[in-house]
Ligand binder design. Sequence first.
Ligand SMILES: [Zn+2]
Length: 260
Amino acid sequence: MHIHIITDLEGISGVTDISQMDFDSEGYEYARKRLMIDTNAAIRGAFNGGADTVTVTDGHARGQNFINEMLDTRAKNINLIELYKQGIHKQVDALMFVGTHAMPGTMNAFLDHVQSSISWYDYYINDVKCGELVQGGAFFGAYGAPVIFASGDEAACAEAKYFFGEIQTAPVKKALCRNKAEAYDLAYCEEQIEKNACMAISLVGKIKPYIVSEPLEIRVDFTRTDYCDNASERPGVERVNSRRVIKRIPKITDYLSILL
Ligand SMILES: [Zn+2]
């Protein structure tokens, strides 16, 4: 059984302030360490639950957040583009999210956004407003793999259950406002991630993959018209109004095709 894990930084345990997203900050270095602890807990859980192969994608910003020497040596770190190019997505049996966050506009969510907090206001697939959880779920879902586990703040875990059903989650904090959160006990978080990721393995074959109907219409509303000016120059992207573009794709082929 092959489990793939997509990580992000916003929903990592102990990450409680927007300033920790700043690559030059001390808080960011701490966030990276916590990222490795949460990720390794999920990897252990997956192997304990019966996984044979675990691959991991560092999904935050440019994907250079891992402290490589800290990663559980049984897991392989691979970015989504390479994973796709090598056809590994077709071998994945289920997907897990570690450190995920809610879609933009979610109440009581820590650092809610989709792709860019600055320029993307809302994102839709076939008229359904969603975020990065659904993007991953839809991509792997198109190849038959369901989402079985998510860790993040309370709002992110609730969003994962809303879209994917009764999956396992591990909430690691609660938002106090968009840019601040209250961390849960760190040892408890690590334990919950490991335990619930392990239990999630038993959902493989029971939870359905998240399937979106094809052809797809991707829609993005930007915060400002100039961001929309730039996006509408991309191939296949059609401008609808001052801030909105759509892109129609016949099939989910690669991960980038569901972005813009
Ligand atoms: Zn991120």
